[in-house]
Design a binder for this molecule. Structure first.
Ligand SMILES: Cc1ncc(COP(=O)(O)O)c(C=O)c1O
Length: 215
């Protein structure tokens, strides 16, 4: 989201008297371009609840995060969390707390960024070499995913079904990410967990399936 949109969204929240939840688990993993200030940094009246996660910067599946919000709101959110699932595992909380005390988390994030940058560039390069021209893809400046766009008449769930059965390749069809008007021809592919060899192998196989589908 651009700087202007970030500022504007806070202005709109003030105008319409609503809260903003800034869900930002990938913000720390920017490895290209210019880092932008969080929406929370434009918050003058405590309207923004900023959420971060250790799942993406420390341990996948940790499912432990943090919020930055007004104390009154934080207390209410803690009560809601308690009622929803008692609370996060205290063992995990201790483990993360100790890790942060004992090691340099920023340095660790620096290592992650270098690794993800390399994998992302490899995936994008392989897509350029093996995908039909009718398929476009984003070249992200951070995070763990690239987004593919197929021609409008192609449902990404159909592509996924073939990719799974023919090559054991999984990705996330884009449909559930749309808040209103749904577009079926997008999907999200992750380059975080797979080895570099698997990325090249998987993307090359996917490229072949796309050609076989006549794209
Ligand atoms: C946008 C977004 N928000 C929140 C989460 C959840 O993070 P956590 O693992 O801390 O539950 C994820 C990913 O899993 C995500 O993609």
């Amino acid at each position: 989201m651009s700087l202007e949109r970030r500022k504007k969204i806070v202005e709109l929240a003030e105008q319409y008297d609503v809260l903003i939840v800034e869900d930002n688990p990938y913000g720390e993993i920017r490895y290209e371009g210019t880092a932008l200030p969080a929406i929370k940094s434009f918050d003058r009246y405590g309207r923004v609840i900023h959420i971060g996660s250790y799942s993406k910067i420390l341990c996948p599946g940790m499912r432990l995060g943090w919020i930055i919000a007004e104390p009154e709101l934080t207390e209410k959110i803690c009560h809601l969390k308690m009622t929803a699932d008692v609370q996060n595992s205290t063992v995990n909380m201790y483990a993360v707390n100790n890790f942060i005390d004992m090691f340099d988390l920023d340095e660790h994030i620096g290592t992650l960024k270098a690794a993800y940058r390399e994998k992302k560039n490899l995936m994008i390069q392989t897509m350029k070499e093996t995908f039909p021209h009718s398929v476009s893809f984003t070249n992200p400046e951070g995070g763990l995913f690239t987004w593919l766009t197929f021609p409008e008449n192609i449902d990404s769930k159909v592509v996924m079904s073939r990719a799974l059965t023919e090559a054991k390749i999984a990705f996330v069809p884009g449909e559930p990410f749309f808040a209103s008007k749904v577009e079926k021809n997008h999907c999200r592919i992750s380059y975080s967990a797979m080895s570099k060899e698997k990325i090249v192998e998987g993307i090359t196989k996917l490229g072949k399936i796309l050609y076989d589908m006549g794209l």
